[in-house]
Every structure is written in structure tokens, then in C-alpha cells.
Unconditional design. Structure first.
Lengths: 93, 155, 81
């Protein structure tokens, strides 16, 4: 069973390597992922926001809702740790 | 894990060299977040790692009087609140939620004599909120994960 | 960029990941995981994704190790494999 799992994983890795030959080059501006919004973000950052770091502009301005949700997720994680592990309340048993 | 280690060299190196420089590097990453890679999230993690280092070596009771454990949740709420309120302020000026273009930041350009667009100022305010939130949440996680090993807990 | 260095980093990444899976001690697995995060940060920096690299180096290689050691020390049962 272990050898079957290993063979399956190795064949899967080989499939990934075979498929990755067809991927576009790293940083290719004509890749399908970069065709639609990337050029618009770069132009709008230079025109309207005027800061050099495009990543910060995208994270905090164009995708502000995402960063808000991310912050609330981190806050909820800290709140969950606090509520689970705090020792201020005694059990009534 | 939260005991105070009785080593003068360790205390000296941590207090004089490591923690101030890590905090300063975090402040650099935060302030230069619009110019170079960085921002509120990374700077919050770096500054929180400096505080966790101080708590690991100096002991939590000795390292935490400035930021006590039970007040940090207020600080985290304050950070998230900065973000939410900075998103709500443009709604009073008739714009959408999180639309920094109508934030009233023209007075800052007059004071600083340096042109910054309203959206850049909005990004900075939001990054302040993210910085405070991430920093205090990471320190909360460390403090409450090691709460069981501390003796004579006062809160 | 420099494909030899990148290949070496990828090989080290896979080796460290296998070590983190196969080692018996939980704290040793955690150290291997921290090394994994640091190598991943170096790889991301070589791919010129510097923001992600900074996040990975500060969170993954920095503070996650300490938090996970705190979590391990809270557990009663140890790893048996």
C-alpha cells in the first residue's frame, strides 16, 4: 500500500512537471493572468495615488475590502486564542 | 519558557542591541511601506517579534509593563477600529465605503508643504490600523499561549 | 535569475520539507519548518516578489516558530511515530 501511494505521488509529480512546460514565463506581461487588470492598476497608481509601491496601492486602495477582511480575520484569531486560553474564569464543577 | 534567564550577557545583548534595532527596522519597514517593499502587516510582525524576543529572554513579568497582557486586546480593537472608521469617514462626504479620494487631507498638504494625494494619505492611515492590529494580536497570541507557565498571575 | 542557485534552493526546499515530515521530535520538525519558511522567502525574493518574501521571512521564519513552540508545550501527548 505504501508503494502504491508512492508511485501515485511520483506519477502526479511527473504530471505536474510535464504540464509546467506549457506555463508562461515568469513575469511575462502577455500572460493571461496579466492581460486584464495589471496594466490598469499600474497606470492608475501612477496617475491617481502617486506612490511608488504598486503592491501597497493595490493592497490598501484597490483591494481595500480584502485587506479589511484580512485584518478582521487576524483580529478574530487573536480573540479566539484569548478566549480559549485565558484562565480568569473558573469552571463551576 | 517565560522564566527570566540569569545571564548578564544575554540581557545586555537583547536590551541594548537586538530589541531596539529590530523595532527600528520595523519602523523603517512601516514608514517606507509606500516607497519600498513593506507595509503595515510586515512591520507589525517584525515589531511583534522584537517584543516576543524581549519576553522570551527577560521574562514576561519584567518585559511587559509597557504593554500589559490584558490591555493588548483593547489595542487590537483600536487598530481594527482605525481601519473601519477610516473607511467610514468618506461616507459622510458622499462617497463610497473605503473611497479615500474624498478624505479631508488637504490641510496636511498645507502644513507639510508636500503634495500627497488623498488616496496616499488614506493608504497610510489604513496601514497604521493594520500595523497596530497585527502587532497586538501576535503579542496576544504569545502571551496567552504561555499563560499557563507563568506563576502568580495577577489578571 | 541565477538558475543554479534557484535549483539548489528548490532542492533544499524539498529536502527540508521531507525532513519536517519524517522527523520524530515535534520541536525538530518545527525547526525544519522554520528553515523551510526561510528558504521559501529566499526563493520568493529571487522571483522578485519582495513583499511576499518579507512577509514570509518575518511571519513564517520569525514568529510562527515561537507561537508553535508555545502550542506544542501546551499539549500533553507527544508524538509517537
Amino acid at each position: 500500500m505504501k508503494w502504491l501511494t508512492l508511485a501515485f505521488l511520483v506519477s502526479f509529480a511527473g504530471l505536474f512537471v510535464y504540464v509546467s512546460a506549457d506555463l508562461p514565463d515568469r513575469g511575462d506581461p502577455h500572460a493571461p493572468a496579466n492581460e486584464h487588470l495589471a496594466a490598469e492598476f499600474i497606470e492608475l497608481t501612477a496617475e491617481e495615488i502617486e506612490i511608488p509601491n504598486i503592491v501597497s496601492a493595490i493592497l490598501a486602495d484597490f483591494r481595500g475590502y480584502d485587506t479589511l477582511g484580512e485584518t478582521i480575520v487576524i483580529f478574530t484569531a487573536g480573540l479566539a486564542v484569548l478566549l480559549v486560553l485565558q484562565t480568569g474564569y473558573k469552571r463551576n464543577d | 519558557m517565560t522564566d527570566r534567564h540569569d545571564s548578564v550577557i544575554l540581557h545586555f545583548v537583547v536590551r541594548v542591541f537586538m530589541v531596539p534595532f529590530i523595532v527600528m527596522f520595523g519602523a523603517y519597514v512601516f514608514i517606507h511601506g509606500e516607497l519600498s517593499p513593506g507595509g503595515g502587516f510586515q512591520a507589525g510582525a517584525i515589531v511583534a517579534s522584537a517584543f516576543v524576543l524581549a519576553r522570551l529572554t527577560l521574562g514576561t513579568e519584567h518585559a511587559s509593563p509597557r504593554f500589559p497582557t490584558r490591555y493588548l486586546i483593547w489595542l487590537a480593537s483600536f487598530g481594527v477600529g482605525i481601519y473601519v472608521i477610516a473607511g467610514m469617514v468618506p461616507m459622510f462626504y458622499g462617497a463610497n465605503y473605503l473611497d479615500y479620494n474624498s478624505l479631508p487631507t488637504a490641510w496636511f498638504n498645507d502644513i507639510a508643504e508636500h503634495h500627497r494625494t488623498a488616496r496616499a494619505m488614506g493608504i497610510f492611515i489604513v496601514e497604521v490600523g493594520v500595523f497596530i492590529g497585527v502587532f497586538s494580536v501576535l503579542v496576544i497570541m504569545y502571551d496567552y499561549l504561555t499563560l499557563r507557565f507563568r506563576e502568580g498571575e495577577d489578571d | 535569475m541565477i538558475w543554479q542557485l534557484e535549483l539548489a534552493l528548490f532542492v533544499m526546499l524539498i529536502v527540508v520539507a521531507i525532513i519536517a515530515l519524517e522527523v520524530d521530535d515535534l520541536v525538530a520538525a518545527l525547526a525544519a519548518l522554520t528553515a523551510y519558511s526561510f528558504i521559501a522567502a529566499a526563493l520568493l525574493a529571487m522571483m522578485s516578489a519582495v513583499d511576499v518574501a518579507l512577509t514570509e521571512a518575518s511571519l513564517g521564519a520569525g514568529i510562527t516558530g515561537v507561537l508553535l513552540i508555545g502550542g506544542i508545550s501546551l499539549m500533553r501527548r507527544r508524538s509517537v511515530d
